[in-house]
Design a protein around this ligand. Structure first.
Ligand SMILES: Nc1ncnc2c1ncn2[C@@H]1O[C@H](COP(=O)(O)OP(=O)(O)O)[C@@H](O)[C@H]1O
Ligand SMILES: [Mg+2]
Length: 360
């Protein structure tokens, strides 16, 4: 049983309240990605689960056992850190075997477990080397190997790929996912990188300032963000935000400082409570189309970034910047006056005060 439950977890360091009423259920065998900006409390939360820090309040359960007072070594948890934390004077075999030796696991069994893990990770040929004789990616595998040999009920990864170059990071991402498919062990993976979160997670938990903002499947987060923070954090280039007043006309009209958008066919039910009020309108760059002229948002093009099959158009509208993702064949130049038309069906609306989503 490796289900993990966090109940009303709070954590303070002195006067600094770092985690606020965190509640989370992680099901057996799940690959959960915890994502949020630097300093939002991700590492602290992992360290609480591992037992490296004590909670100031709340309960942590692994299976049915409350583990708040269980020592880290008795929690059936293995953690992989960003800096790998390998012992420089030991060879790779001993690095991987060390924890098992401390636990007085019989020598033959240690050998069996180290070789099995080395085999899974493709590092059998390096077992006699010292860490400094390995590349960054190989060292990362050793750090993962050291976690595997412990045969934990839960793996915790704290930004394990952030010291690797971009190409290796992409490769290691899929290796860690593969490892999860093979071992089927519960894994919590921490990152500040929203692309890593989207590509790896069965479920993503988004944190901000010590609060959980949303916990959902990647596409659910992308399509139905619960608030403006989540909407802006996930997706690249980020969602555009525009302030507008909602007017009930025939359909809906959105009136901003520098634009008016008419949607005669739009159903007003989701915005009913906001008629004649200001809301924040969110539109992803891929939901803007470039129109020849007429209805839409009039902008001035600042920069066109060619990405290959598509271009990112960075434009100015009044005091706002707005980005559109369009086909690379669109021929436009900096300084051009353009019209962006957002699709009503793909607009997001947020309460201007609470920033909570209005329609999801
Ligand atoms: N041991 C500590 N003492 C005091 N403050 C800490 C300690 N550890 C973390 N913090 C503070 O807690 C907040 C969250 O830190 P952390 O969990 O490391 O964030 P993240 O991993 O998301 O970048 C930060 O403001 C950090 O300065
Ligand atoms: Mg951290």
């Amino acid at each position: 049983m490796a289900e993990l439950k966090l109940r009303d977890i709070n954590k303070s360091f002195g006067e600094t309240h770092v985690l606020h009423d965190v509640n989370l259920d992680i099901i057996d065998g799940e690959f959960l990605v915890l994502v949020g900006p630097s300093g939002c409390g991700k590492s602290t939360l992992l360290r609480l689960v591992a037992g490296l820090e004590d909670a100031s309040g709340g309960e942590i359960y692994i299976g049915d056992q409350q583990v708040n007072d269980v020592a880290p070594k008795d929690r059936a948890i293995a953690m992989v850190f960003q800096n790998y934390a390998l012992y420089p004077h030991m060879n790779i075999y001993d690095n991987m075997a060390f924890g098992l030796k401390l636990k007085k696991v019989p020598r033959d069994e240690i050998k069996e477990r180290v070789l099995a893990a080395a085999n899974i990770l493709g590092i059998e040929d390096y077992l006699q080397r010292r860490p400094k004789e390995l590349s960054g990616g190989q060292r990362q595998r050793v750090a993962v190997g050291r976690a595997i040999v412990r045969n934990p009920a839960v793996f915790l990864f704290d930004e394990p790929l952030s010291n690797l170059d971009a190409k290796l990071r992409v490769q290691m991402r899929s290796e860690i996912k593969k490892l999860h498919t093979e071992l089927k062990t519960t894994m919590i993976y921490v990152t500040h990188d929203q692309v890593e979160a989207m590509t790896m997670g069965d479920r993503i938990v988004i944190m901000k300032d010590g609060y959980l903002m949303q916990a959902d499947a990647p596409l659910e987060i992308y399509n139905r963000p619960k608030n403006k923070f989540v909407a802006g954090f996930i997706g690249s280039p980020a969602m555009n935000f525009l302030t507008a007043k909602v007017e009930a006309t025939q359909g809906i009209t959105l009136v901003g400082k520098d634009f008016t958008l008419n949607y005669p066919e739009a159903d007003e039910t989701k915005l009913k409570a906001y008629i004649d009020q200001e809301v924040v309108v969110g539109v992803r760059p891929e939901h803007l189309t470039l129109e020849p002229s007429g209805e839409g948002i009039g902008v001035t093009l600042e920069l066109s970034e060619l990405m290959g099959s598509e271009s990112y158009l960075h434009a100015i509208m009044g005091d706002n910047k707005i980005v559109a993702r369009v086909d690379a064949s669109e021929s436009v130049n900096p300084g051009d006056t353009l019209t962006f038309l957002p699709d009503f069906e793909n607009l997001h609306f947020f309460d201007a005060q609470t920033e909570a989503s209005i329609c999801n």
